[in-house]
Every structure is written in structure tokens, then in C-alpha cells.
Design a binder for this molecule. Structure first.
Ligand code: NAG
Ligand code: NAG
Ligand code: NAG
Ligand code: NAG
Length: 375
């Protein structure tokens, strides 16, 4: 009795093994694959045929076990299936299909079935995990007092539980700024309330700061808490600028010698150069000093010593270069009439002349009319 029972069990095990072998043993397919979202992705299966076996048909089933694509090898016209997939070229006894654009719904297990004659069907399975990366803008700069927008995106909002934005100051201190979780409103941490906003999106997240303060400088991490893949994050750095408003002042230090200062407060420090038109009556190169201010800005003073006669003859300008400016700011220190004033005077003169000639013409015409009327 015992022997019979164990024999029976043995037979059953053999039968199961044989069936599994029949179904799966000869199909090779990768067990798990990761497919990046929004890109095409190709799935491949191959079968090892035995002598005398012929391959009649290949079928692919999707994650819902619905037919995705089927065809008879060597017969292009026999291909039929869903339109978001296409048959890819592959070697003999291998089948490859391409999902044109992978989406969240394509996640799951795919079955490839090879119908062999006369032995029957063999199948393999590949399970697909759809993945995405967090992408950010390139580093940004913002002018203090203005607005800054930082954006982050992740292609699989369906998998996102919440988004958290953190700020890391240049000194390395890290604080949470804002967060947005599924089925709730964006949350702004108390120190940032009133000047920071967060978009209510689990895919494209935008953090807006207005007005930007110098302390907002640093790097921002946007962290997506995802279900299956854990936290995913990316970093974007913000530089804050304070634009210069340069000024020039000067005084006579000894007879015939003038000391001129060009000063600018900015962040980062401005570069000051002097532009002395066609002349070299400066007494040595300018001397520049940088004085860091408590608020993160830097006062730059460039001191130029010139002979006083120079100012009467040529234009002396201080040019302030700054990363946040498209072109340098020029400040003239001359007693000479500036170009703008010259233009203004010229324009006024021309306008006056025009008006006068117009009056003259009208007067002439009027006289002639009167003459004609009299005759
Ligand atoms: C598809 O079929 C397999 C068995 O072949 C089964 O394990 C799986 O649960 C089915 N999937 C769906 C979505 O019906
Ligand atoms: C952004 O800025 C940080 C720090 O300032 C730097 O480490 C990083 O390389 C920058 N990234 C890009 C893309 O410029
Ligand atoms: C120029 O700046 C220096 C300080 O760097 C100061 O001592 C000097 O008085 C200033 N001169 C003028 C003309 O403002
Ligand atoms: C510049 O100054 C030197 C003397 O220091 C003089 O010899 C030279 O001619 C000057 N050049 C110009 C262009 O004025």
C-alpha cells in the first residue's frame, strides 16, 4: 500500500514536471525587465525546436492575458494585433515585439506562446516594470526681489505618493520647504509661507519663490516618494544676484591730482574697469578693494588717480561688469557734456528749425492766397 502510494506521488510529480517542461522548458525569455516610460521597448522570446518540429504560429499575450499580437513566421501578412505594438525583426526561432511608447499601463507580465507542430504550445513569460527618472531644469539664477521658478518632473505620477522640496544652503544646512501629497493641498513650511508656492501636480512639480531673497541661494532637492521604486530625487541649484547701482565720486587730493572712486554694491562682486578715452594721463592703474557686507553683498571700490587736466579734455568712464547684466553699466565722471545731452540738444535744434520753416511756408502760402483774392 505504502509503495503504491509513493509510486503514485512519484508519477504525479513526473507528470507535473513533464507538463511544465512541455509548456515552458524550451522557451527562453528574461524573467524581469525595466522599461523606461515614454520610450519604445522591445520584448524578446526564443524557442528551441527539436528535429521534426515546425513553428506554426507565435502569439503574445499582454498583462491582461489578451492577445497583443500574433503571426505566422515567414508570413508578413499574417501579423495582427493591437496598434500600440509592432513586430520587430528577429532571428529565426526568436520573436520580438516593440511597444511603441511605454506607459504606466504596460507594466505587468507578458506571455509569448510558440505553437509548434506536432508537439503543441510552448510558452515563456517576461514581467515588465515601467520606470522613470526625475528630471530638472539646469541651474538657475534669480535677481533678488524678483521671481524664481524651479521645476522637476517624473514620468509616472501614478506611482507617486508625495513630492517634497528641500533647500540646502551653501553652508550645508538642510530644511524642508514644501510638499504635495496625493489627495491633499500643497503644504508650505511656515518660514516660507507667503513667498513660496508649489504646484498641485504629482508629475511636473514647480516651486515658485517671489520675492527671491539672498538666503534662498543654494541647492533644492525635489524628492518623489514612489510606491515600488522608493524615493527618487534630483537637485537644482539657485544663485541669487543683487544687481549693481554704481556711483562715481571724486575729490582733489593735491594740486592738479584728482582721486576718483567708482563704487558698486552687488552679489556676486562686480568687476570695475575704467575707460579713459585715448589718453594715459592716469597716475598708475586703478586700485580695487572688496568689502564683503553682512547681508551677502560685496562693496567694490575702484580708485583711480588722474591729473585734473584730463577731465577737461577726455571722457572718463567707470564700467561695471556683472554676471546679471547683459551689458556693463557705464558711469561717466566728466564735466564734459555727455553724449545723451548732445543728442538732446541736436534733436531740439532740428525740431525748432522744422517748425520755423513750416511757419514760413504757411505765411508764404497765406500771402499768395490773399494776393490772388485781391486780383
Ligand atoms: C494570466 O494567466 C496566467 C496563467 O496563465 C495567470 O497566472 C494570470 O493571473 C493571468 N492574468 C490575468 C490578468 O488574468
Ligand atoms: C549646479 O550647481 C551645483 C553647485 O553650484 C554644481 O555642483 C552643479 O554641477 C551644477 N549643475 C549644472 C548642471 O550646472
Ligand atoms: C575712495 O574710497 C576710499 C576708501 O576705499 C576713501 O578712503 C576715499 O576717501 C574715497 N574717495 C572719494 C573721493 O570718495
Ligand atoms: C603716455 O605717457 C607717456 C609718458 O608717461 C608718453 O611718453 C606717451 O606719449 C603717452 N602716450 C599717449 C598715447 O598719450
Amino acid at each position: 500500500m505504502m509503495i503504491q502510494a509513493s509510486c503514485w506521488t512519484y508519477l504525479k510529480v513526473c507528470l507535473v514536471l513533464w507538463m511544465v517542461g512541455q509548456l515552458q522548458g524550451r522557451v527562453t525569455a528574461p524573467e524581469r525587465l525595466e522599461a523606461p516610460v515614454e520610450k519604445p521597448f522591445t520584448l524578446t522570446c526564443s524557442v528551441s525546436r527539436e528535429r521534426g518540429e515546425s513553428l506554426r504560429q507565435v502569439r503574445w499575450l499582454d498583462v491582461q492575458n489578451q492577445t497583443l499580437l500574433s503571426y505566422q513566421p515567414g508570413n508578413r501578412d499574417s501579423v495582427s494585433g493591437q496598434h500600440h505594438v509592432e513586430l520587430a525583426s528577429s532571428p529565426k526561432d526568436t520573436s520580438a515585439i516593440t511597444i511603441r511608447r511605454v506607459g504606466f499601463r504596460d507594466e505587468g507580465c507578458y506571455t509569448c506562446i510558440f505553437d509548434l507542430h506536432p508537439t503543441g504550445s510552448k510558452q515563456g513569460q517576461t514581467c515588465l516594470t515601467v520606470t522613470s527618472q526625475v528630471t530638472v531644469d539646469s541651474n538657475k539664477t534669480a535677481v533678488s526681489g524678483k521671481r524664481a521658478s524651479l521645476s522637476c518632473s517624473y514620468g509616472l505620477p501614478e506611482k507617486v505618493q508625495q513630492i517634497v522640496w528641500k533647500h540646502t544652503s551653501p553652508q550645508g544646512e538642510s530644511t524642508e520647504v514644501a510638499s504635495f501629497a496625493k489627495r491633499s493641498d500643497p503644504m508650505i513650511e511656515p518660514p516660507y509661507q507667503g513667498r513660496v508656492w508649489l504646484s498641485a501636480s504629482l508629475s511636473d512639480s514647480q516651486l515658485t519663490i517671489q520675492p527671491v531673497a539672498i538666503q534662498d541661494e543654494g541647492c533644492y532637492t525635489c524628492l518623489y516618494d514612489t510606491l515600488a521604486e522608493g524615493p527618487k530625487s534630483s537637485v537644482i541649484c539657485l544663485s541669487t544676484y543683487v544687481l549693481p547701482k554704481p556711483q562715481v565720486s571724486y575729490k582733489t587730493i593735491t594740486a592738479g591730482v584728482i582721486e576718483a572712486n567708482c563704487t558698486s554694491v552687488s552679489r556676486p562682486p562686480a568687476e570695475i574697469v575704467w575707460n579713459v578715452e585715448r589718453d594715459n594721463r592716469t597716475m598708475g592703474p586703478p586700485v580695487t578693494t572688496q568689502l564683503p557686507q553682512g547681508d551677502g553683498t560685496t562693496l567694490v571700490i575702484s580708485t583711480l588717480t588722474v591729473q585734473s587736466g584730463l577731465l577737461k579734455d577726455v571722457s572718463v568712464k567707470c564700467l561695471v561688469h556683472h554676471k546679471g547684466l547683459e551689458s556693463p553699466i557705464a558711469v561717466s565722471m566728466n564735466t564734459k557734456i555727455g553724449t545723451a545731452l548732445t543728442i538732446l540738444i541736436s534733436v531740439t535744434t532740428v525740431a525748432a528749425l522744422l517748425v520755423m520753416s513750416l511757419c514760413f511756408c504757411l505765411w508764404k502760402c497765406f500771402l499768395r492766397k490773399e494776393d490772388e483774392a485781391r486780383h
